[in-house]
Write a protein of this length. Structure first.
Length: 483
């Protein structure tokens, strides 16, 4: 299946992508891809180093005649989001991605594709291995753990890079030149609760599944359903109407992915069982109608289950459901200055409640630092009211746009020249590593661009073949024009 990918143009890029996707590279488990990239650089006899956390730096001298040009940092991240469909049997820790061509798109079989940011990585690999592409001196920086903490960029020391310009290849629309991004912080509430014997004698498993999901920053403005919030809506209603007991809730997975699935186990009196089943079916129909545009495959199911030995105590159950209801989710505020830009948002990404312990996880984003802190405080307050212990981690800064930077002006003019259209120069509501890298390299000019990648952070992820060709030609032309 992956052999089909290797025939696509530009062939060196797609071959490197196939090689890269054969290496398991989940976030925080990048040992194999770090070794792969180190061996790649060394095989080309290029200066290759790995820092304390695993960032890989490969340096390539300028081609003949371009020695006097400014050194360029080409940067992408090695890790990928690991999401799969519920019916897909796949182990991201041991298996390479199974890809196929679907018309003008490259997809994966039931999993994320890893085009985010594998296309960027493969593009840089193609430049490093080339013998006929003119370019200035290159510092190729491959960072780790971008998707779940940006820890690679955060740990990169000052003074390691000498380049004057950084091209970040991690944007997912080929008509966009990104010059700013939001910062973020992980907000987590944890605690314990008392277990009690269930009062009922009938148990059900309720599932919310089939949601579209997607990137919790880049797709947050699309109004897609959050499985954790929808499940809470169902459980709140059933608690109020039928006095159910809840044994467990397990929803979402990664902080930067909009939750697509949630599963809960409940207990109810046998004489209310039929009414509960009917209520879930009715609520499912309501939700399907509400989300028919954004989440056409949404499904709510209820099935018989074995009665568990314990459920939550009633007081905790009431506080939990109310706190989740109160937790802000989705857009918090739009930018008053940049039309269409989400300024602040929250993704209630992960809920795990079982066996007397709970964890409630959010990723809070904003391009305004003070507003990010305010939103994090609002979330914390909702969970503190139920007695949760709150922690804030992984705080990273945003990236302040500089539209007048020479590299921005150069690429805007070049885009118009090549494609006879104006690029969309923008800031994004997602975490890019440029903001973090800029703290140690404040004078470095930075810009982010890339090909069309749709459905990132979900099993629907796909990369457009014709757009990769467009991006590749633009990248080569940019390197040729840099003074």
């Amino acid at each position: 299946m992956n052999d089909q990918i290797r025939t696509l143009a530009p062939q060196p890029l797609w071959n490197h992508f196939a090689d890269l996707n054969a290496v398991p590279r989940p976030s925080k488990k990048e040992q194999r891809v770090i070794a792969f990239m180190k061996a790649f650089g060394e095989s080309l006899n290029l200066a290759t180093s790995v820092d304390e956390v695993g960032n890989v730096l490969i340096k390539k001298p300028a081609t003949k005649g371009m020695e006097s040009r400014q050194t360029v940092v080409l940067q992408s991240h090695l890790d990928m989001v690991t999401q799969k469909n519920a019916d897909t049997n796949f182990d991201f820790d041991t298996q390479g991605i199974e890809m196929y061509v679907d018309g003008d798109w490259v997809r994966a079989k039931g999993t994320t594709l890893g085009a985010d940011n594998g296309i960027g990585v493969s593009s840089i690999m193609s430049l490093l291995s080339s013998t006929d592409i003119p370019h200035p001196a290159i510092e190729a920086l491959f960072t780790i753990d971008e998707e779940t903490g940006l820890t690679g960029a955060t740990a990169l020391r000052g003074g390691v890079l000498s380049g004057a310009i950084l091209l970040n290849l991690d944007t997912e629309a080929d008509n966009e030149l990104t010059i700013g991004c939001a910062g973020g912080v992980d907000v987590t509430g944890t605690g314990s609760y008392n277990l009690v014997k269930p009062e009922g004698n009938t148990a059900f498993t309720i599932a919310v599944k089939g949601l579209t999901g997607g990137h919790s920053g880049g797709d947050i403005h699309l109004g897609r359903g959050n499985a954790n919030k929808l499940m809470n809506r169902i459980l709140f209603s059933l608690t109020k109407e039928y006095g159910i007991g809840i044994a467990s809730i397990n929803g979402g997975s990664l902080r930067n992915a909009i939750p697509r699935e949630s599963v809960a186990v409940i207990v109810v009196d046998g004489n209310k069982a039929a009414a509960v089943q009917q209520a879930v079916a009715s609520l499912g129909s309501v939700l399907k109608e509400e989300y028919k545009v954004t989440d056409p495959n949404l499904a709510v199911t209820i099935e018989n289950a074995t009665v568990p030995g314990n459920v939550m105590d009633k007081d905790f159950q009431q506080k939990l459901l109310r706190a989740i209801y109160a937790c802000p989710n989705g857009i918090y505020r739009m930018s008053p200055e940049i039309s269409g830009l989400v300024q602040s948002s929250n993704n209630l990404s992960r809920i795990l409640v079982a066996d007397g312990a709970y964890s409630l996880q959010c990723l809070t984003r904003s391009s305004v630092e003070s507003e990010k802190n305010d939103l994090a405080s609002a979330i914390s307050s909702a969970f503190e009211l139920m007695g949760a212990s709150m922690t804030f981690a992984g705080d990273y800064p945003g990236w302040q746009p500089k539209p007048d930077a020479p590299i921005v002006q150069l690429m805007v003019h070049l885009y118009k020249e090549m494609f006879k259209d104006d690029p969309h120069v923008n800031a994004v509501h997602a975490g890019l590593e440029c903001g973090i890298l800029g703290t140690n390299y404040p004078n470095m000019q930075m810009i982010s661009f890339g090909p069309n990648i749709v459905g990132a952070h979900s099993p629907d992820e796909r990369a457009q073949i014709s757009s990769v060709q467009k991006f590749w030609s633009f990248l080569l032309a940019t390197l040729n024009r840099i003074p």
